[in-house]
Write a protein that binds this ligand. Structure first.
Ligand SMILES: Cc1ncc(COP(=O)(O)O)c(C=O)c1O
Length: 366
C-alpha cells in the first residue's frame, strides 16, 4: 500500500543538502555561532522579502511575540484581543508581559479572526489586536486596522504561519505596527532548529527589539533595561538565507497542490476554508472539516494517508487559561473547528501522484 506522509522534511533537505552543508562549514569556520554576520544578512534579506524596512531575527516565534508586546509597551493590566482559534503561542506573548488575552471567535467560513466580533470586546484597558494569518491565509487586515484606528489600538500580525502570503497584493508583515514570524522546522520557511523573527515599518521598534533580544544592551556588559537572550543562532541565519531564495517557488508549489485539492475533492462531507479575493494564502496547512473526523481519519490511515490535527483544543478552553472563566459554547465557530478539523498532507515536495492518491482517498470515503 502507498503511504503519504503529512510532512516529510527530508525530501527538501535532499534538494539543498550541498548548499546547507557548505554554509554550515562557513559558519563554523567563521565561529559566528550566536547572532553575527549570517544573522545580520538574513535580517536584511527577510526585510526585503517582506517588503518592510526592518526585520529582526530571534530564537523562535514565541519570543518574537513576547518582544512585540514589550516593544509596544504592553504590560500588566492591559488587554490584547486575539482569536480563540490559533496556536497557543499567540496568547503566550501577551501572558508573558502580564497582560490579559481577550479571545474572540473566528469567522465560521474563513476561520480567521472575525472583525465583526472585536468591538464588543474593547474596554478602556484594551491596547492591541493580535490577528493571526492562520494556516498561511491572511486575516482581514483592513477591517481590523479600521477598528484599531478608531479606538487607538496597536495591530500585531502573528504571521508565524504565513511567510510570503499576500493581502490585497502586498506581503504580510508590513500591515501591523509589528509582525511576528516563526521559522520552526515545519514552517514554510523552516530553520534546522528553533528560529523566529519580527518585521516592522518603525525604526524605534526595530532598535528596541534589537536591544531587548540582546540582554538589553547596546554596549557589551552595559545593560540599560531588563533584557533577554532571544538571539538567533548564526547557523540558523545562514540556513534561512539559503532557504529564503527557494521560498517563493516552494510557496507556489503549495498553491498548486491546494488548487488540486480544491478542485479535486468533491466529497460533500468535506468542507474547506473560504478564501476571500484579497487573501493569497501560502497554505502552511490545508485544513478541512467534516461531520465525522474520527471516521475520516481512520479511513485515511487505512489508505496510508497521514492527516494532521490543527488544533484540537481552542485557546479559551485550554487549562492554562481556565482563570479567564470561559466555557464551552463561548466561541462556537472555534469550537466547531477544534472538534471537526483535520489537516491534509501539504508540503512542496509532494508529487502530483501523491496528491491525486490523497484526493481519491477522500472522495472514496462515504
Ligand atoms: C500561529 C503561531 N504563532 C506562534 C507560533 C510560535 O512559534 P515558535 O514555535 O517558533 O515559537 C507558531 C508556531 O509554532 C504559530 O503557529
Amino acid at each position: 500500500m502507498q503511504t503519504i506522509p503529512f510532512l516529510d522534511l527530508k525530501r527538501q533537505y535532499q534538494q539543498i543538502r550541498q548548499e546547507v552543508l557548505a554554509a554550515t562549514e562557513t559558519v563554523f569556520e567563521a565561529t559566528a555561532f550566536s547572532g553575527g554576520p549570517f544573522v545580520d544578512r538574513f535580517e536584511t534579506e527577510f526585510a526585503a522579502f517582506c517588503e518592510t524596512p526592518y526585520a529582526m531575527a530571534t530564537n523562535n516565534g514565541t519570543t518574537a511575540l513576547h518582544l512585540a508586546m514589550l516593544a509596544l509597551g504592553i504590560g500588566e493590566g492591559d488587554e490584547v484581543i486575539l482569536p480563540a482559534n490559533t496556536f497557543i503561542a499567540t496568547a503566550w506573548g501577551i501572558s508573558y508581559v502580564k497582560a490579559k488575552p481577550v479571545f474572540v471567535d473566528c469567522h465560521p467560513d474563513t476561520w480567521e479572526i472575525d472583525p465583526a466580533q472585536i468591538e464588543a470586546k474593547i474596554t478602556p484597558r484594551t491596547r492591541a489586536i493580535a490577528g493571526v494569518h492562520l494556516y498561511g491565509q491572511p486575516f482581514d487586515i483592513d477591517a481590523v486596522r479600521a477598528i484599531a484606528d478608531k479606538h487607538g489600538l496597536f495591530v500585531v500580525e502573528d504571521a508565524a504561519q504565513a511567510q510570503g502570503a499576500r493581502y490585497k497584493g502586498k506581503r504580510v508583515g508590513g500591515f501591523g505596527d509589528i509582525a511576528c514570524f516563526s521559522f520552526y522546522p515545519g514552517k514554510n520557511l523552516g530553520a534546522y532548529g528553533e528560529a523566529g523573527g519580527l518585521t516592522t515599518n518603525r525604526e524605534d521598534y526595530h532598535r528596541h527589539v534589537q536591544i531587548l533580544k540582546n540582554h538589553g544592551s547596546t554596549v557589551r556588559y552595559h545593560h540599560d533595561e531588563i533584557g533577554y537572550n532571544y538571539r538567533m543562532d548564526g547557523l540558523q541565519g545562514a540556513i534561512l538565507s539559503i532557504k529564503l531564495r527557494y521560498l517563493d517557488g516552494w510557496n507556489n508549489r503549495r498553491r498548486d497542490i491546494a488548487r488540486q485539492y480544491q478542485t479535486g475533492i468533491v466529497n460533500p462531507r468535506i468542507k474547506m476554508q473560504a478564501q476571500p479575493d484579497w487573501a493569497e494564502s501560502i497554505y502552511h496547512l490545508f485544513v478541512v472539516t467534516t461531520d465525522d473526523r474520527d471516521g475520516l481519519v481512520k479511513h485515511l490511515q487505512a489508505q496510508g494517508v497521514s492527516p494532521g490535527l490543527h488544533y484540537p483544543v481552542p485557546c479559551h478552553l485550554q487549562k492554562a487559561y481556565a482563570y479567564l472563566g470561559h466555557r464551552e459554547g463561548d466561541f462556537p465557530a472555534s469550537e466547531y473547528l477544534a472538534s471537526h478539523c483535520l489537516s491534509l498532507p501539504m508540503f512542496a515536495e509532494l508529487t502530483d501522484q501523491e496528491v491525486a492518491y490523497t484526493i481519491d482517498s477522500l472522495n472514496a470515503w462515504q
